[in-house]
Design a protein around this ligand. Structure first.
Ligand code: NAP
Ligand code: ZN
Length: 348
């Protein structure tokens, strides 16, 4: 089955229209008409081959919202017309200890990511949500509440779960002082979610002009990381820090902000980081950790939490044809706070 999509043909080229193949509906598959797809900074890293290993053409997109067009004979949880989501993964082995623990993102045999993995059925790379249709095993399809603004739910499928999961794993609770570093797609969801969990959120940003927005999103305070005096005043005071910065950067000033025994979780920079001073960690028994998206069960839990607390993303809608401008604006930290593509603009 053919469907329209947008792809990058090389690390240097802009995204352009392409026609791709989707598999025929299998017994356990859900065929989805894609309505919206969020634009994650990972889409850009992958299109530009920042992390190496990108197979071209690549069709990015892993914040997918759509309606079920058809279901396979053995599908029990979804029906035609239902509002559903697909995030960063579309398959995993289902037999390793990570999959047994509902942590498919850490599948020991390698999860099949929504784009850029080996397609287990068609061969070649999997293709993401910058397209009109997708066919996904029902185990990797999420149920989406009709209660929320559908287009603003799309970013929850990656930005939402990537920030929700570490906040839960590190047991962020009422009254904790939580820092969120970087007010972009992930960061703005981190502020909303930590706030809904009862934390006292401090937005840590390089962009003082975003301060007003940070407070509207739920931050109690704004800390400009370039302001050394302000950083000094917050030394040793944070219970937890979520760091979404998308590029290599100096971690030492942020480690200094942590309390004894506190943790900073990195979700943004998937690459070598500059020198870390051991004393910063050793003298306060502090920790730096990492976290990758979240499992399917936890993603459903996050979607249900957001429906209960009326949490969606702040989105700027674009047509598919505007994607290259949107990529540039994300790289310039000029997004409020997630671009979402209206797939009606992409004709089959
Ligand atoms: P984004 O929308 O571009 O937001 C990143 C924010 O970081 C920017 O808005 C900016 O905020 C800040 N920033 C940018 N450059 C910086 C620099 N040089 N120094 C300090 N701060 C800087 O990106 P995103 O979509 O939220 O994604 C963030 C990162 O997470 C990306 O690298 C993405 O690939 C990664 N990611 C990881 C996972 C995972 O599972 N771990 C999942 C999704 C995405 P301020 O203007 O406030 O400083
Ligand atoms: Zn993402």
């Amino acid at each position: 089955m053919k469907t329209a999509a947008y792809a990058a043909q090389s690390a240097e080229s802009e995204l352009e229209p392409i026609e791709i193949e989707r598999r025929q509906l299998g017994d356990n598959d859900v065929h989805i008409d894609i309505e919206y797809c969020g634009v994650c900074h990972s889409d850009i890293h992958t299109a530009h081959n920042d992390w190496g290993g990108t197979v071209y053409p690549v069709v990015p997109g892993h914040e997918i919202i759509g309606r079920v067009k058809a279901v396979g004979d053995k599908v029990s949880n979804f029906k035609q017309g239902q509002l559903v989501g697909v995030g960063c993964m579309v398959d995993s082995c289902q037999t390793c200890s990570a999959c047994d623990d509902d942590l498919e993102q850490y599948c020991e045999n390698g999860a099949t990511m929504t784009y850029g993995s080996e397609d287990p059925v068609l061969g070649g790379p999997t293709h993401g949500g910058y397209s009109n249709q997708i066919v996904v095993d029902e185990k990797f399809v999420l149920n989406v509440s009709e209660k929320l603004d559908t287009k603003a739910v799309a970013p929850l499928l990656c930005a939402g779960i990537t920030t929700y999961s570490p906040l839960r794993q590190w047991n962020v609770k009422k009254g904790d002082k939580v820092g969120v570093v970087g007010l972009g797609g992930l960061g703005h969801m981190g502020v909303k979610l930590a706030n809904a969990m009862g934390a006292e959120v401090v937005m840590i940003t390089t962009s003082p002009e975003k301060g007003k927005d940070a407070k509207r999103l739920g931050a109690k305070e704004v800390l400009v990381s370039k302001d050394e005096d302000a950083m000094k005043q917050h030394m040793g005071s944070f219970d937890f820090i979520l760091n979404t910065v998308p590029v290599p950067h100096d971690l030492n000033p942020y480690v200094g902000l942590l309390k004894r025994d506190a943790t900073m979780v990195l979700v943004g920079a998937l690459e070598p980081l500059p020198d870390l001073h051991g004393a910063g960690l050793i003298l306060g028994r502090k920790r730096i950790a990492g976290s990758l998206i979240g499992g399917i069960k936890e993603t459903q839990e996050m979607l249900d939490f957001c429906a209960e607390h009326d949490i969606v993303s702040d989105v700027e809608m674009i047509d598919m044809q505007d994607i290259n401008t949107a990529f540039k604006r994300v790289m310039d930290s000029d997004v409020k706070y997630r671009f979402v593509i209206d797939m009606k603009s992409l004709k089959s």
